[in-house]
Design a protein around this ligand. Structure first.
Ligand code: ADP
Ligand code: ADP
Length: 226
């Protein structure tokens, strides 16, 4: 039972909107799984459920046989709206995430070096002292990605993380994302509306159904990682 196991997940929002009808997924621990599907098919809701951001759901979310919400499973999320704290600088957004998730994670100096390295790898080291709302969408998106990488999560959830980037930056970041995954192979769920991106990045491609009663389909993407 190693990996991420989702059993009969059903999510209904408070207004009665059924967001996920019946999700069953069994995903090996070390992999990138891209998620595609029509708007409204529950892609964001699936990530929010795993991230622990929903007040309630039915079904089971297991990681290596235990609830994904156990303390030992560290979850990194890049939400669609970036989720940055507007009153903290870029640097402090990352520093705080690291401190909360790994309170014993090295000396202050080591942490500072790591923050600098994460910002540099995302091409945004010069934005360190800026506040999120003074940044473009694409810059905020890279800060959110750097923050999620920096906590070295066991499960990494990304909701259209490159949607606000120009084509050149997007291609560079796809490569950085893959390099980072090879160095830290988290169980990664990556929502995208771009089928080419889904094929480029995913070892498996999860296709969300348009009919809520159906479970998602999983396609093996042997062409890429064979
Ligand atoms: P996707 O990410 O695939 O576009 P979502 O997970 O955002 O799908 O939404 C799934 C369904 O749940 C949609 O019908 C959407 O309108 C609804 N939904 C999403 N968030 C909420 C919410 N906070 N309250 C009520 N309904 C919601
Ligand atoms: P996605 O692109 O994933 O479908 P949306 O743009 O639908 O995301 O959702 C953006 C925000 O609006 C989310 O926080 C979601 O929870 C909320 N939302 C989406 N649909 C509804 C809805 N029908 N009722 C209330 N909130 C919603």
């Amino acid at each position: 039972s190693s990996g991420l196991r989702i059993k009969e997940l059903q999510v209904e929002y408070k207004n009665g909107q059924l967001a996920l009808g019946q999700v069953n997924l069994d995903l090996p621990q070390h992999g990138i799984y891209t998620i595609i599907g029509p708007s409204g098919s529950g892609k964001s809701t699936l990530l929010r459920a795993i991230a622990g951001l929903l007040p309630g759901y039915q079904g089971e979310l297991l990681f290596n046989g235990k609830s994904v919400h156990d303390k030992e499973t560290l979850i990194g999320l890049v939400p669609q709206n970036y989720g940055l704290l507007p009153w903290k600088t870029v640097h402090d957004n990352i520093r705080m995430a690291m401190k909360i998730t790994r309170p014993a994670g090295g000396s202050k100096q080591e942490r500072e070096t790591q923050i600098h390295q994460w910002l540099t790898s995302m091409g945004i080291s010069e934005l360190s002292g800026r506040y999120p709302l003074s940044l473009s969408g694409g810059q905020q998106q890279r800060v959110a990605i750097a923050r999620a990488f920096a906590i070295l999560p066991t499960i990494l959830l990304l909701d259209e993380p490159f949607s606000a980037l120009d084509v050149i930056t997007r291609e560079a970041l796809q490569q950085i994302f893959l390099d980072n995954w090879l160095a830290h192979p988290a169980t990664t769920l990556f929502v995208t509306h771009d089928v080419e991106e889904a094929i480029l990045l995913g070892q498996k491609i999860i296709v969300m159904p348009s009919v809520k009663q159906e479970t998602p389909e999983i396609l093996d993407n042997t062409a890429v990682f064979a």
